[in-house]
Design a protein around this ligand. Structure first.
Ligand code: DSN
Length: 420
């Protein structure tokens, strides 16, 4: 039995290379401090469902209306996942089939707008996501995206600016949501603006849906026509996507998920999503979600106390974005990320708003607290992590100091292993 709880009995003889590489990544997960904001550690129950025999079944269609025979059990599993998702998010309808957040966004766009339509979304370089109109993504090629960003002074979304852009560009759809923004979204105001210009309103909640499930952030389902999400970030489920919507969009969302954007659903992942929704319906999950935010605030405060600049002035969710130029002008996000990973702290380089460097180099590092919170870290540990990161970056030419810091990072990581 592997330490993951999944049997490697067959794999270790059938495919030694893959088996050993899985064990190697388990070791990496157990020996680093993980601060990638979009990652988390799924429970063994979730992983058992994900690694189950359900991977063998085709079930194109929706529960009760399939193109394949033999879906009686799959129907029950998918219906359970749908019912739990609706219950968890107080949604009128859920589609649990999207393979990813990008597939979910593709299906939502197909259901809500036509190719060539104008969409107002947050620019990638200001904190949005690739699927919010980046020219290298289908979204930017198929639709006419116009990007709103942050106020250069406050580094906050300026709703007056969103309003002016909506009046000017008359979008058919307004998208709220981010992959690196740490402040609240004013769903009510977004919806008012969408109504005034005759646009539909969609929220891409992939990053923060777990905090919505944990009742720490406002629920966008109350305001948006469609909410898309992933299940593997703060929600702590398997890799996958999810769409929640008002009943009037249910048929179109189902139709444009399959056959519009995808073929057969991944039934093993759908079962694992159902398990994750059950876990997220507990009081323990609400405490976990609150701890994620408390931990992010502690990390952000620790950076500020040590003189580093936290973008947007701090955090109110799970994300902390630091301007690496506040360590020194020459330090790039790329250099910082690579160095920190070599010492045992894994995070990602990230563009900061108005970043003069390219997206591959950047002037920022993005951190998130869902993973370390799953591992049991609290505010005290996050302040320590903030201290380690700052010291590593400030002393990056001092081999001796770096070696001492690496030893301290290892000790801390060992006490908070995801699968120890
Ligand atoms: N690329 C993911 C992230 O890291 O935020 C979102 O899809």
């Amino acid at each position: 039995m592997s330490k993951t709880g999944a049997s490697q009995e067959n794999l270790s003889t059938a495919d030694v290379e893959i088996s050993e590489l899985i064990e190697a990544d388990l070791n990496r997960q157990n020996t680093h401090i993980h601060l990638i904001a979009s990652e988390n550690f799924a429970s063994k129950a979730v992983m058992e469902a994900s690694g189950s025999v359900l991977t063998n079944k085709y079930s194109e269609g929706v529960p009760g209306r399939r193109y394949y025979e033999g879906c009686e059990i799959i129907d029950q599993i998918e219906q359970l996942a749908i019912d739990r998702a609706c219950n968890l998010f107080n949604a009128e309808h859920a589609n649990v089939q999207p393979h990813s957040g990008s597939s979910a966004n593709m299906a939502a766009y197909l259901a809500l707008i036509k190719p060539g339509d104008t969409v107002l979304g947050m620019s990638l370089d200001q904190g949005g996501h690739l699927t919010h109109g980046s020219p290298v993504n289908f979204s930017g090629q198929v639709y006419n995206f116009v990007g709103y960003g942050l106020d250069p002074e406050t580094e906050l979304i300026n709703m007056e600016n969103v309003y002016e852009m909506a009046i000017e560009h008359k979008p058919k759809l307004i998208v709220a949501g981010y992959s690196s923004y740490s402040q609240p979204l004013d769903f009510k105001r977004f919806k008012e603006i969408a109504d005034e210009v005759g646009a539909k309103f969609m929220v891409d909640a992939a990053h923060f849906i777990g905090l919505v499930a944990g009742k720490v952030l406002d629920n966008p389902v109350e305001y948006a026509d469609v909410v898309t999400a992933t299940t593997h970030k703060a929600l702590r489920g398997p890799r996958g996507g999810l769409i929640l919507c008002k009943e009037e969009y249910a048929k179109d969302i189902d139709k444009y998920t399959f056959p519009g954007a995808q073929g057969g659903p991944l039934n093993n992942q759908i079962a694992a999503k159902a398990v994750c929704f059950k876990e997220a319906l507990t009081e323990e999950f609400q405490q976990y979600s609150q701890q994620i935010v408390n931990n992010a605030i502690a990390l952000s405060d620790s950076f500020k106390e040590q003189g580093l600049r936290v973008v947007s002035g701090g955090t109110t969710n799970h994300i902390v974005l630091v301007d690496t130029r506040s360590v020194d002008d020459d330090l790039t996000g790329k250099e910082a990320g690579i160095l920190l990973n070599s010492i045992g702290i894994t995070l990602n380089r990230n563009a900061i708003p108005f970043d003069p460097r390219s997206p591959f180099i950047t002037s920022g590092i993005r951190m998130g607290t869902p993973g370390v919170t799953t591992c049991g870290m609290k505010e005290e540990e996050l302040r320590k992590v903030g201290f380690f990161i700052t010291e590593i970056l400030k002393n990056r030419s001092d081999e001796k100091k770096l070696q001492n810091l690496e030893n301290e990072v290892k000790v801390l990581a060992k006490s908070f292993q995801p699968y120890g």
